[in-house]
Ligand binder design. Structure first.
Ligand SMILES: NC(=O)c1ccc[n+]([C@@H]2O[C@H](COP(=O)([O-])OP(=O)(O)OC[C@H]3O[C@@H](n4cnc5c(N)ncnc54)[C@H](OP(=O)(O)O)[C@@H]3O)[C@@H](O)[C@H]2O)c1
Length: 321
């Protein structure tokens, strides 16, 4: 067990909760700052996790969090950061400025180990060339980390991540309960979904693995799926398999523009649509030193079904059936 705690930025999110659990299983102490403690309630029962409300964009608060730790893991990310050139202000704040702040705070505190979560598709020089503000700003953040040669950094680039609580399969299951057909832009976009448990393991187990220092790792699952196939799979799981109608790009973009104003469960942006224009597929298998045998989607499907059944039963109970 490491002496001082690990600072887990973005620890209240979907991937962060799993990373926190893995770190706890390794008997580590973990500090998770959040903007809203209520959002981090899933962490409150983990024995060696401390959750603090804090503003990590405030240098003094960040410095005091970093000072008490041995290592920093950065999972902060946003899918919608507003519009702007080369990226919107929310992307600048969360994906670029915050990364600079973290690097500076780590340096000042003498904390050398930094693990940073980027995204599959991000590559060197991508801040100029990638098709979306999300990816370009992620590339800029990654560059800041990679240029910090004095720190022992490791970068992870996951493909889309699945697992209980995801915004992928669960969202597509819910959509098919409510919509009679699924109109879909970029239906042929390709992904290599990776299980959240594998991502959490890769991150947490790298903390002490010297071999991972100054390396970027792609994290992708064992199979390539198109968006259309993923939606069909989710439809089968939910028992409401709807027809998927592929939209031409012009209509897909218009749909994304309209969905910018939709409720959270349906929301999509023109920038998300732009992200889909490049394949989200890894160059090769997960690096052997991470010792991950990636889990296929089908292996995790029963857990979605159990959760789905529980929700249906709860809805029926509430409706008095
Ligand atoms: N999920 C995927 O499929 C996927 C795929 C590739 C890469 N990634 C990357 O993996 C990371 C984690 O993803 P996730 O799915 O776990 O995200 P998530 O569930 O949306 O969680 C995001 C986390 O970031 C924090 N956060 C968001 N905006 C922030 C801001 N402006 N200032 C400070 N904190 C902020 C949130 O903290 P509070 O709200 O508690 O403050 C939350 O803990 C992100 O960097 C994402 O880009 C995710």
């Amino acid at each position: 067990m490491a002496g001082r705690p690990v600072l887990l930025l973005g620890g209240s999110g979907f991937i962060g909760r799993h990373v926190a659990a893995r770190l706890v299983a390794q008997a580590r102490h973990v500090i998770v700052p959040t903007r809203n403690r209520e959002r981090a309630r899933a962490l409150l029962t983990l024995p060696t996790v401390q959750v603090f409300e804090a503003d990590v964009h405030d240098d003094a608060q960040l410095a005091s969090l970093v000072r008490s730790t041995d290592a920093v893991i950065n999972l902060v990310g946003v899918l919608d950061g507003g519009r702007g050139s080369p990226w919107g202000p929310g992307f600048e704040r969360a994906h670029v400025k915050l990364v600079s702040r973290i690097v500076e705070a780590a340096r000042a505190a003498g904390v050398r180990r930094l693990l940073h979560v980027s995204a599959l598709g991000v590559r060197e020089g991508g801040e100029q060339t990638l098709p979306s503000m999300y990816l370009r700003s992620k590339a800029a953040g990654e560059r800041i980390v990679r240029e910090a040669a004095d720190l022992q950094w490791t970068v992870f680039r996951p493909s889309v991540v699945f697992g209980l609580g995801d915004s992928l399969i669960e969202r597509f299951m819910a959509l098919q309960r409510w919509l009679p057909v699924i109109p879909l832009g970029r239906a042929d976009a390709r992904f290599q979904p990776v299980w959240v448990g594998d991502v959490a393991r890769a991150i947490a187990d790298s903390l002490d693995a010297q071999i991972t220092v100054h390396r970027c790792y792609e994290l992708a699952g064992p199979e390539v799926w198109s968006l259309r196939e993923l939606i069909r799979f989710a439809g089968e799981l939910s028992g409401f398999r709807r027809r998927v109608v592929g939209l031409p790009d012009s209509l897909g973009r218009l749909q994304a523009m309209l969905l910018e104003f939709a409720p959270a469960a349906l929301r999509m942006s023109r920038d998300n649509f732009a992200t889909l224009s490049i394949d989200n597929v890894a160059e090769g298998a997960i690096a052997p030193e991470l010792r991950i045998e990636p889990t296929p989607l089908a292996a995790v499907a029963p857990s979605y079904l159990d959760e789905h059944e529980l929700r249906l039963a709860e809805e029926r109970r509430r409706a008095g059936h």
